[in-house]
Design a binder for this molecule. Structure first.
Ligand code: MN
Length: 738
């Protein structure tokens, strides 16, 4: 069906009536400006196709509908995007709003275009469905849809920009507000993330107008009042600035930059300051020829005007993650007005305004995205993708995405002087993960500005942060709630999941070994075959499933011996159940099926000798709790029936349980040695020591001690209490104190 492109002749839309949108020829002319080799016939085909398909459809403005895709294309032409993006823009609404199909698009324009249009269409469908509370989930799908090709996002941003520019034609104010809110929450931050500052600012200001019209008007008015009031002083400074720079022989273009209403309003809201305190309402950009000139001009400026010390930033030697480069400084002019200056080259300027879009250029005769300049643009979205990959909760995702993008940043440095920008409130743990996931995973301590500090210390602007690495098996559980960056949080979750998985695998492997030994099948069974039969992806996966209790030992035996008689299972598994590496055994448990896995719960960490019960754990067999564990009591009160359980003699014999003791210790040298000695004499083995809090005279310490059973732990506890340096000591259950 290719007849669609033969439309009736152009009836002078571009000629006679001066329309508010580009004609086909004007559009092609626009692309030719920067890509002279572009395939004109494809552009024409796309233009005519959009016009025919949208037919008599109209926009709210009264314009023919196809004016919209043409305007979206125009935005992208201004950004000098490649023809693939321009064609996608022209076609972006055809599949969603007309009888055009992806199949037809791929026949006419090729699969790349049809896939891009499909991507944009998917995003459009998401926004229709998005309800505020579920937007996080939509955003995940959204991000996944743009990961294949950054151009999907670029077209979508241009689409949203044009829709925002024409939003005033809507009469439904609720709808206006919803669209504006979504723009402010999602599209503007995404634009910023990929460095498209200009589009981001326009989206923000347009949204602001609809979300808070009164505030918009007030802010805009006050801005112009302040400007009028200081016109002369600013003009004079501008004049002097130009003179100083040009007199010294530098080639520079200087122009004023007006602060945007939304960014001012945002500062007023977040920082609890008055309008007049937003002193840097004036800003100039100085565009020079080279990097050297940037620094030379900075020197000139600083020798001619007083600068505000803490406002100087060098984003040339340490670019922002989105490749933004510039020198920032604020100087004080006559009448004490503060003026912010941004000094950069024209290349830096284009990247500052257009971000990712500035990286398309001619390379070996082709107009392509040049990775050598900007790297893979999707890298910029990586922190967001990581959260999805690690299975972040949708609401978390939204919260963290917004947090990282909107919050004020603190600028910190690695020992090598590399800049790490973090959201306000970030701790040393966030820092470690921001540097590298491995460093986060291994961090055990931190030196901030040369002094050893707690890992949870909140970082301040300018901090020099040195992470101390050491072997650590799993992250303390409360880390997850301490960190503020999504990257750190999801990495910590992944680590926890990984160590859980390892544990389950060990459980499962042990279970298999025991089943095989007790059935005299050791070495005679192909476990890989059994795994296949049980639809486990691998032997490891089989172990994990058994360990989690998703498969029972009996089911495993069935798979090893299809058609075996049930009675062949050896009786040992009827009553004794394996839990973990240390092979603690339990007896009892009416209602526990054979081979189900039992796990020592971390909330109360029972050890042999404790009175225990088992409670079902969803998808993971049963959890063993101490009878008076609060978590267990809560569950029982919620109606979950416990299964009574007790330790076997074997469990005590095997030993290697870990008990935890919290002691308040007098602050003096030799205290720790005294306690260690007491524990040793009682035949306990200190596995881990942690200092929780340090007071003037006392500090709280947490000891993990390997013990045989509960009775052994009580003996050790008594020995610790007997130490002269110990004020008090008690057994603690669980990890909540870490
Ligand atoms: Mn559209």
């Amino acid at each position: 069906m290719t007849g669609g492109n033969k439309t009736p002749s152009n009836t002078g839309l571009s000629g006679v009536i001066r329309s508010s949108f580009l004609s086909c020829d004007e559009l092609i002319e626009g692309v030719l400006q920067y890509d002279p080799d572009v395939d004109k016939s494809q552009l024409r085909l796309a233009y005519e196709y959009a016009r025919e398909k949208h037919g008599l459809q109209k926009r709210k403005s009264g314009e023919p509908y196809y004016a919209h895709p043409v305007n979206v294309a125009k935005i992208l032409i201004e950004l000098r995007l490649d023809s693939t993006s321009i064609i996608t823009a022209l076609l972006h609404d055809t599949v969603e709003d007309t009888d055009a199909s992806l199949k037809e698009l791929s026949e006419l324009f090729g699969t790349q275009i049809s896939e891009l249009v499909d991507g944009v269409t998917k995003l459009t469908k998401l926004e229709v469905k998005s309800i505020r509370s579920r937007q996080g989930e939509n955003l995940q799908k959204f991000i996944l849809a743009i990961t294949k090709d950054i151009r999907v996002l670029l077209v979508k941003l241009a689409d949203r920009l044009h829709n925002m520019r024409t939003l005033h034609f809507f009469t439904d104010t609720k709808k206006q507000e919803r669209i504006a809110r979504e723009t402010l929450d999602i599209y503007a931050p995404l634009a910023r993330r990929i460095g498209m500052q200009k589009i981001c600012s326009e989206l923000e200001d347009l949204s602001f107008q609809f979300l808070d019209p009164q505030a918009f008007i007030t802010t805009t008015k006050r801005l112009s009042l302040v400007r009028d009031h200081n016109t002369r002083a600013v003009a004079q400074l501008s004049e002097n600035l130009t003179k100083v720079i040009l007199d010294s022989g530098y080639n520079a273009v200087i122009y004023g930059r007006e602060k945007r209403a939304y960014s001012i309003w945002n500062k007023l809201q977040r920082k609890n300051i008055t309008f007049d305190e937003v002193a840097d309402v004036y800003a100039f950009r100085i565009i020079v020829d080279s990097v050297e000139d940037c620094y030379a001009v900075l020197g000139l400026v600083h020798t001619s005007w007083r600068c505000v010390p803490d406002r100087f930033r060098d984003f040339i030697s340490v670019p922002k993650p989105n490749h933004y480069q510039s020198l920032h400084t604020t100087v004080i002019g006559r009448g004490n007005i503060r003026v912010e200056l941004q000094i950069r080259t024209s290349n830096m300027h284009r990247i500052a305004e257009q971000g990712v879009a500035a990286h398309w250029r001619y390379k070996q005769g082709e107009y392509v995205f040049d990775e050598a300049i900007g790297g893979n643009p999707l890298d910029l979205l990586k922190p967001l993708l990581e959260i999805i990959e690690f299975g972040g909760d949708p609401d978390d995702f939204l919260e963290h995405t917004r947090l990282e993008m909107f919050q004020d940043q603190v600028f910190t440095f690695t020992p090598n002087g590399k800049l790490i920008a973090l959201p306000e409130g970030a701790s040393a743990i966030d820092f470690a993960y921001a540097v590298h996931t491995d460093i986060g995973d291994e961090c055990v301590g931190v030196r901030i500005n040369g002094r050893e500090r707690h890992l949870r210390t909140q970082l301040q602007n300018g901090d020099s942060v040195e992470i101390i690495r050491g072997g650590r098996k799993e992250p303390p559980q409360d880390w997850e709630s301490t960190v503020v960056t999504g990257r750190a949080r999801s990495a910590i979750r992944r680590l926890i999941r990984k160590s859980e998985l390892k544990e389950f695998r060990k459980f499962g492997k042990r279970l298999v070994d025991r089943i095989l030994v007790s059935n005299q099948l050791d070495g005679k069974v192909n476990i890989a075959e059994a795994a296949k039969r049980l639809e486990a992806k691998s032997v490891t996966n089989l172990y994990v499933k058994l360990g989690r209790g998703l498969l029972t030992g009996s089911e495993f035996l069935d798979a090893v011996f299809p058609g075996r008689s049930r009675d062949e299972t050896k009786s040992v598994y009827k009553r004794e159940l394996i839990t973990d590496e240390t092979a603690d055994f339990f007896v009892g448990g009416e209602g526990l099926s054979r081979g189900v896995s039992l796990h020592i719960s971390k909330c109360c960490s029972p050890i042999p000798g404790d009175r225990i019960i088992a409670l079902p754990k969803r998808g993971q067999g049963f959890a063993v709790h101490v009878v008076d564990c609060e978590v267990a009591i809560d569950q029982m009160e919620a109606g979950i029936d416990p299964i009574s359980l007790s330790w076997t003699a074997h469990a005590k014999k095997e030993g290697a349980s870990v008990g935890r003791i919290l002691a308040t210790v007098v602050h003096r040298s030799g205290s720790l040695a005294e306690i260690a000695n007491a524990v040793g004499v009682s035949k306990g083995n200190i596995m881990d020591v942690k200092t929780l809090s340090r007071g003037q005279d006392f500090f709280d310490m947490l000891f993990d001690i390997e013990v045989l059973d509960a009775k052994h732990l009580w003996n050790i506890l008594a020995a610790i209490r007997a130490c002269a340096c110990v004020d008090s000591a008690e057994r603690v259950k669980g990890q909540d104190l870490e």
